[in-house]
Ligand binder design. Structure first.
Ligand code: 5GP
Length: 192
């Protein structure tokens, strides 16, 4: 019998290395689908519509919430972000596993709505490393960096709600650990 797809969630404070880690995982696990989020934030230089996000207006975001088109959504640094529900559910129903890279508020909504979701928290090696990564990124202005750092402190406290934590000290090792978690979930009794 075909099993339902597994929903994997990865969260980390911004600057935690989630984007890079997810890119590597997607390269190595080509059978794993990836959810592209909808956001009301403007594209950063180099970001592409439909690859990084679906960029929409505030009005369009309101419409998607009203029409229950989002599996979860959250406000982050003055912008809104959400996971398109239809693609997520079609993927799971088709028996394909899917990865969501979303913030902690969204992850908790997913845990509530999709009880068998597997939540992975990617931890930066230290707060200092996180601060220097965010400052180096230079895509956000100083007040945005400060806001993201403040937020990161709050987010770290949420890791107790996750099933796994992985420390992102070394990229290849973090990727290996996440792949191991994915393999173990796929083998778990009750999933097959
Ligand atoms: P950024 O603006 O740096 O791309 O993303 C800011 C935060 O929003 C990150 O923590 C990112 O993981 C999170 N995020 C991206 N897409 C979604 C989504 O669909 N839902 C939620 N809840 N958070 C998201």
């Amino acid at each position: 019998m075909k099993r339902r797809g597994i929903l994997f969630v990865i969260s980390s404070p911004s600057g935690g290395g989630k984007t890079t880690v997810c890119q590597e995982i997607r390269k190595e696990l080509s059978d794993l689908a990836y959810s592209i989020s909808v956001t009301s934030r403007r594209p950063r230089p180099g970001e592409k519509e439909g690859r990084d996000y679906f960029f929409v207006s505030e009005e369009e975001f309101d419409g998607r919430i009203e029409r229950d088109e989002l599996a979860e959504w959250a406000r982050f640094s003055g912008h809104r972000y959400g996971t398109p529900r239809q693609l997520l559910e079609e993927t799971l129903n088709a028996g394909r596993d899917i990865l969501l890279a979303i913030d902690v508020q969204g992850a908790l909504q997913i845990k509530e709505r999709y009880k068998s979701a597997c939540l992975i928290f990617l931890l930066p090696p230290s707060f200092e490393v996180l601060a220097s990564r965010l400052k180096r990124r230079k895509t956000d202005d100083e007040s945005e960096v400060e806001e993201r750092l403040r937020r990161a402190k709050e987010e770290l406290a949420f890791r107790k709600h996750y099933h796994h934590t992985v420390v992102n000290r070394d990229l290849p090792q973090a990727v290996e650990e996440i792949k191991a978690i994915i393999s173990a979930e796929r083998c778990r009794v009750g999933r097959t």
